[in-house]
Design a protein around this ligand. Sequence first.
Ligand SMILES: O=P(O)(O)OC[C@H]1O[C@H](O)[C@H](O)[C@@H](O)[C@@H]1O
Length: 890
Amino acid sequence: MASSTLICNTEPWKDLKAHVDDIKKTHLRDLMNDADRCKSMIVEFDGLVLDYSRQRAFQDTIDKLLTLAEINSTEDRSVLHVALRAPRDKVISSDGKNVVPEVWKVLDKINEFSERVRSGSWVGATGKALKDVVAVGIGGSFLGPLFVHTALQTDPEAIAFAKGRQLRFLANVDPIDVARSITGLNPETTLVVVVSKTFTTAETMLNARTLREWISAALGPQAVAKHMVAVSTNLTLVEKFGIDPNNAFAFWDWVGGRYSVCSAVGVLPLSLQYGFSVVEKFLKGASSIDQHFYSADFEKNIPVLLGLLSVWNVSFLGYPARAILPYSQALEKFAPHIQQVSMESNGKGVSIDGVPLPFEAGEIDFGEPGTNGQHSFYQLIHQGRVIPCDFIGVAKSQQPVYLKGEMVSNHDELMSNFFAQPDALAYGKSLASQVRKQLNVSRTKGEPVEGFNYSTTTLMTKYLEAKSPIPSDPTTVKMSVAELKERHLTATTTVNGLRDRLRQKRLLLLDTDVSAYAKNAGRSAVSFGQTDLVCCRTLQGHTGKVYSLDWTPEKNRIVSASQDGRLIVWNALTSQKTHAIKLPCAWVMTCAFSPSGQSVASGGLDSLCTIFNLNSPIDRDGNLPVSRLLSGHKGYVTSCQYVPDEDTHLITSSGDQTCVLWDVTTGQRISVFGGEFPSGHTADVLRVAYPIYSSRYLIHFIVSNHWWRSSPALFWGILCVSINRSNSKMFVSGSCDTTARLWDTRIASRAVRTYHGHNGDVNTVKFFPDGQRFGTGSDDGTCRLFDMRTGHELQVYYQQHGDNDVPTVTSIAFSISGRLMFVGYSNGDCYVWDTLVAEVVLNLGSLQNSHEGRITCLGMSTDGSALCTGSWDKNLKIWAFGGYRNVVSP
Ligand SMILES: O=P(O)(O)OC[C@H]1O[C@H](O)[C@H](O)[C@@H](O)[C@@H]1O
């Protein structure tokens, strides 16, 4: 029924228009922090998981949009392409007639015909079987079939069915396309399928005549009957063209050309190539989504939601384009297909009455498979314009590749990009600042402050449920991802509630912090003279970013670990390198010196802790051999520390959410802390929910130099440990779950205490010299001092930075007395805090010879006379205390 009321004059539209201002006040990061909202924006159907929480919309927005949803009330035409894939017994009527039997009549005919051709019982003019097919058609008579063909071409089952056969397409009237489509083909063994709904489209008809000539010239005009068939609604013109009407496959006016892939348009050429049984699966998949569309409530209805979000983005928020980004090369032709489906349908500038629309309708669709697009137009999406994106990922690869020695499979590498990109877009502001930092420039005019891009992600998990790619992992659960995510969100809400109550109780007990107390007592900040702390050496030698360092008391030596895949042992007094150790796995994250100085340990993405005895003879290749491998972690090793005064014991922390105490001599695990245990760092259902896309990606990205982090919600690894020098049975760990935990090595089963306060990953922990307190540093930009026994947060150390971006804390160290705390930040600053009055007394980042990149690690020499810092600038620096006695004594 035609309507003369413009939709923009209806109440729901006006309501939505007013709603735009509300949403514009809210940053996506804040939307993402709302757990209930995010939970409500995940929909799952038949192994498809749609997450639209990164769209610029409240739940309220969706409710309002739903009031707009109506199906084709303006055109008075049947929209019946769904009948093309309906089961035989379904009744779908057009003009009072059930069309499903007609549909199946054609499908049966295709089944029978394609079988005859494929089996060789249908032969060409010279008696040879037809093994190749050229499908001639354009627009909807080309793009859908091409898309499905491209997707099936790498599917193992489809490959088997297509053995020895070729399917080619001819669309463009350009003779080059003709040449391409027939090069190498023999007319004797080729079948031409002319596909045209109208059988009048100029390009298709010229191309059809051209191939008719190709066949007649080679085999005579009578050969056309055996070598050319047609798909059309216009059987009269088919016959006129010279194709036997018995060899024509019909479809109907109620199928829009752009939606015709499920008709003979797609089914015939695809069945000739792959057999009808393969194509029938495609039809069943489409039918399953039809059922979902019909039966699911609109608020859980994937097609409805995607459609409404498109209206919201284009017509209300004013974002004209949408990027379609399948992380699957098999879906390479999906964007061109959708371009036609969407842009040929929706891009009208006037109403049905010819009235110009006072709003934009229809979006500009474009896209490329990831990761190709990342090296092309993503720059604009990340740093320039708002372009909502549709990310599509496939859980299991059609063609898996696992390379020996590689950390992740090739498909996992692809999927790590799929998971990382939506967050990189959503948390645009920090991204912008990261980029700026990488380029070492300050905020420039015009750079977006609000960051910024919106996306939906669709993960096709079907394979995952049927057959897990990691069968050995017992946590590959039977529950759906959505269920697990829901469980996680419920658990998180409960935990947050309890945490708040705990915080309130603690605050009641704690009436002051250290600095207020100290200031009341008349204490003032330590003052630094110009020569009190100076950079006296730069240790140059690494060719990659430095990630970790450690001192040994013995002869003031330092070991450093770098992205160049080496450990270097330095003499801090002379800057000489005594060892350069090539690591078996270059993805190193941490290193430690043994107390005696005899050995060094390293850990990283290989989930191993590797020990080298510095006195071992060099092997034939000139490398220091591995003296012990500590193997047992199921995730990357984030930090390691020797137990004080014991070369034989070492503690590691890992992305698998555990810490392990090792016997270095035997290589055995003495105790495992956390993980499966109830009081470990959030032994979270999410870990179970994402058995495949586990935390290794997070680190993979950090280490591999990408500037973004993948979704923090997915990863809960332990990032750091510090052992108490005063009582080496106690150690603390810091984790992605924003907590620090105290462990007693005699009680592995549970943490002694959990310390809350941070709002981001706890990247670094360090015991205070008195062994009664410890400091933490976090992604939230703060350091905190906790009382070990009471669990009280004694002090927060935070200083407002020049711009609005909060640099993360990467590393901390205390002076001998604890009066000073040295803190490395992601922006290259290195503050010296007076811990007593909570003031910054010096910034090493502003001194001469300071680092030129992120500070990643720092450490005090054992005698407290020097500080070493390591940075992304590939260097380490030694800072010496001129006024040493003044600053290290209270
Ligand atoms: O299938 P045909 O009749 O040859 O039409 C081919 C194409 O022609 C036009 O471009 C229409 O806009 C398309 O929707 C259609 O798919």
